[in-house]
Design a protein. Structure first.
Length: 78
């Protein structure tokens, strides 16, 4: 008998990236509001959507050059 409960098994490799953010109430009010409006179980999906819509794209075989890192820092830290 086959168990049909739950999600089907994934057919791709899963890479997990753990991230902790420290937000300051005086500088990061927009981000604090963003996270307060997203249920905790949906935060990873919301962060991925925000990164994709913000133009942070690196092709898999492209090396991160200094200009890319500077752009990424500007995106993250304004």
């Amino acid at each position: 008998m086959t168990n049909l409960r739950g999600r089907p098994p994934l057919t791709c490799e899963v890479i997990q990236i753990r991230l902790t953010l420290s937000l300051h109430d005086d500088r990061d009010k927009d981000l604090i509001l963003f996270f307060k409006n997203v249920p905790s179980r949906k935060r990873a999906m919301a962060v991925k959507a925000a990164l994709r819509s913000g133009g942070v794209m690196v092709e898999p075989e492209q090396e991160c050059v200094e200009d890319d890192m500077e752009s990424f820092d500007n995106f993250l830290f304004g």
